[in-house]
Design a protein around this ligand. Structure first.
Ligand code: AMP
Ligand code: MG
Length: 338
C-alpha cells in the first residue's frame, strides 16, 4: 500500500463538494459525527467498504453502521417496521442506531453476511451536508485502528490513520464523545439495546410503549456474537494498564503513586477546595455533569496513553442514567484483558 498523508479539510462548501466526489469514486473520508469520528465509504460500493476494514485492521465479521440523511434513504436499505418509524421520529437525527431487516442492495461486506443492517441518521451538520452532497448512504465505523480508543477530534484520526487514508473532514470535537446507542428492532416486539449510548432507556420504552432489554456484557461471547457480532469484551483500549474503581481516593501528593494517573469523572469532594490538584490527578468534568465527562473521556485516555504513566486508575460512573451505563461499558471494555 502506498504511504498516504491525509489532508485535513475545513467544512467549506468547496471541501464538501470535493469530498462528496471522492466518496462517489469509492474513496474513504473520515467524517465528524456527534458521537465519534467515522471512517466513511459509499455503503453500496463493496470495494470501497472492503477498504474500510483494511484501513482499520478490522475483522470482516464485525458489521458496519450505515449513515443516511433521510427516511427515504433508510427505506432503500432496510425494511422499516412501526417501531423503527416511531423511534426514528423521536430520536433522529441523533445518536441512535437501528438494526433492521435489510434489503438485497446492501452488500454482504457491510453486514458481515447477516440479513440485517444497522442504520443511523447522524445530527452533525457537516456530515449531513456531505451525505446530501454525495447522495449515497455512507457506511462508517469509528475512524481509528481496530481495538484502540475511538477518535473524538480530527487530530485523533490523523494520529491513528493519517498514513492510511487521504481525507479527513474536521468538524471540531464531537459533542457527545461516545458511540451511538444500538437498538435491535429485528423483532419489534422484543427491542434490545445491543450497545448503550447517550439515549435513555426509559425514553425508548416510552416511545415504543414496551420494555426494552439491555443485552448484558456478561453474556458468554458465543451468545453475544450470535446477537451482535463485534460486541467484543475488549475494545476501546489504551496500551497503558487501566484499573477501575467504584470509589477512587484522591492520592496524597507524597504518596508513592507519582507515576500513576488518577481519573475522576466528576470533581471528588476531597478536591473541591483545592485550587491545583496534584499533577497525576485528572477530572473529566469540571462542571460535574456526566455529559462533560463523556465528552472528554476518550480524549483524556488518549492523552494519558501518550504520557509517562505506568498505570491509569479510573473511577466508574454512579447511577443508572444512560451516560453512566455507557461510560461504564466503555471503561470496562477498555480495562478488559484480552
Ligand atoms: P461500530 O464499531 O461503532 O462501527 O459499531 C458497529 C457495531 O454495530 C458492530 O460491532 C455490531 O455489534 C453492530 N452491528 C452492526 N450491524 C449489525 C447488524 N446487522 N446486526 C447486529 N449488529 C450489528
Ligand atoms: Mg469502533
Amino acid at each position: 500500500m502506498p504511504k498516504l498523508r491525509a489532508t485535513v479539510h475545513r467544512g467549506t462548501p468547496r471541501a464538501i463538494a470535493l469530498l462528496a466526489r471522492a466518496l462517489q469514486r469509492g474513496e474513504l473520508v473520515a467524517v465528524p459525527t456527534e458521537t465519534v469520528y467515522g471512517l466513511a465509504a459509499d455503503a453500496l460500493n463493496p470495494r470501497a467498504c472492503r477498504s474500510i476494514f483494511r484501513a482499520k485492521g478490522r475483522p470482516t465479521n464485525d458489521p458496519l453502521i450505515v449513515h443516511v440523511h433521510s427516511l427515504a434513504q433508510l427505506d432503500q436499505l432496510a425494511i422499516r417496521n412501526e417501531a423503527a418509524a416511531a423511534v426514528a421520529k423521536a430520536f433522529w437525527p441523533g445518536p441512535l442506531t437501528l438494526v433492521l431487516p435489510k434489503r438485497s442492495c446492501v452488500p454482504d461486506i457491510v453486514t458481515s453476511g447477516l440479513d440485517s443492517v444497522a442504520i443511523r441518521m447522524p445530527a452533525h451538520p457537516l456530515l449531513r451536508k456531505l451525505l446530501r452532497a454525495c447522495d449515497r448512504p455512507l457506511a462508517a465505523p469509528s475512524a481509528n485502528a481496530f481495538g484502540y480508543i475511538s477518535p473524538t477530534t480530527a487530530e485523533h484520526v490523523l494520529d491513528g490513520l493519517g498514513n492510511r487514508i487521504r481525507h479527513i473532514l474536521d468538524g471540531g470535537p464531537c459533542r457527545i464523545g461516545l458511540e451511538s446507542t444500538i437498538l435491535d428492532l429485528r423483532d419489534p416486539k422484543h427491542p434490545k439495546i445491543l450497545r448503550p449510548g447517550a439515549i435513555e432507556r426509559p425514553e425508548l420504552e416510552r416511545v415504543l410503549g414496551r420494555r426494552v432489554s439491555l443485552v448484558s456484557r456478561h453474556l458468554t461471547s458465543a451468545k453475544k456474537a450470535a446477537i451482535a457480532p463485534g460486541m467484543l469484551t475488549k475494545h476501546y483500549s489504551p496500551r497503558t494498564p487501566l484499573e477501575l474503581h467504584a470509589k477512587l481516593r484522591v492520592p496524597r501528593s507524597t504518596a508513592p503513586h507519582a507515576d500513576e494517573a488518577f481519573v475522576f469523572l466528576c470533581p471528588p469532594s476531597a478536591l473541591r477546595k483545592t485550587k491545583a490538584p496534584a499533577a497525576n490527578v485528572f477530572v473529566l468534568s469540571k462542571t460535574g455533569t456526566l455529559d462533560d465527562a463523556a465528552h472528554s473521556l476518550f480524549a483524556t485516555l488518549r492523552r494519558l496513553d501518550r504520557g509517562k504513566w505506568t498505570r491509569i486508575h479510573a473511577e466508574l460512573a454512579r447511577g443508572q442514567s444512560a451516560l453512566a451505563i455507557a461510560i461504564n461499558d466503555r471503561l470496562t471494555r477498555a480495562a478488559a484483558k484480552r
